[in-house]
Ligand binder design. Sequence first.
Ligand code: SF4
Length: 346
Amino acid sequence: MKVNYREPLYLSRYFEVMRDRLPSQFLISQSVDVDFSKESPLDELIELHDETMNVFRETRDTLSSLKELPRRAASSLLDLKSAIADRILVSCIFCERRCRANRKKKEVGFCRCEAVSHYSAEFLHYGEEPELVPSHTIFFTGCNFSCVYCQNWEISTAPQSGISILPQELAGIISSRRVYGSRNVNFVTPTPHTHIILKILNALKVNIPVVWNSNMYYSDEIARLLEGVVDVYLGDLRYGNDDCANKYSKASDYWNVVTGNFSTAYVSGEILLRHLVLPGHLECCTRPIVEWTGEHIPKVRFNLMFQYHPVYRAYEYPEISRTLTPQEIQKALQIVKESGLEDVLV
Ligand code: SF4
């Protein structure tokens, strides 16, 4: 149970968007004008995108209220982002696995997601961090990780299950949930579905903070598209080294990729970092994660999570086939206390 809730120190823009005082980043991207042809070579589109991001940043940094948001552009930066994601889909590099599968032709990569995305459930979630709830959580099926202790394995391993997404329809549901009190829209396991999420946001007219609930294992190309779309990176930092990431999630080069993405997110949005403490992984994972965070991205909301329990295939790994001991919980708390991190939720 969360017992020490107080207003987070480092999610101030999120609260301004949530209270309709500032526009969400995707609405600003809808308003930034950019002329382009979808037929242009991909590298030209990306170059144009990166140039136009300067206009986005200037607009974002000068807006002092939602009322000042310029009108929607006939051809917008968000249209361009969406066109780029669609092009990447024919040789998928949404995440750092870089499978290069042509998902438009039903080829699949590691995640086994095709071009059409599915979700297993969407609802107002009251079990997320206190500052997020009620959070309109949308659970996509499929995943680009393969965690042996996955609590959502029934949906993460069945990418074609659930409800097929029609972007316009889901945008309508998001708008309705906002009217009924959602504080944000929370896309869970979003990376393989980046193209669909951009389409959903392009169809959306309401102001709402966008939460990217992710393992942060996306490619640099996607990191660049996410700036100007994501308000809060709700990111997992799970492993403190590549060996543990490989062993339990089949993710190579984990540390460089994920810390790189956290560093980028630190500049382009706000971060709510989740660290799930794993049994027996205090020194190899918890300590380096806490120390890196304190040194490189100290102004984040840090959620230290103790709810690990062995499910799915965790029994195949005796060292994590148990819950945390009270001593491990105390140790993790001590590590965080010594780090000097200021905004910790436990
Ligand atoms: S999202 Fe990642 S795992 Fe899935 S096909 Fe694309 S590169 Fe591969």
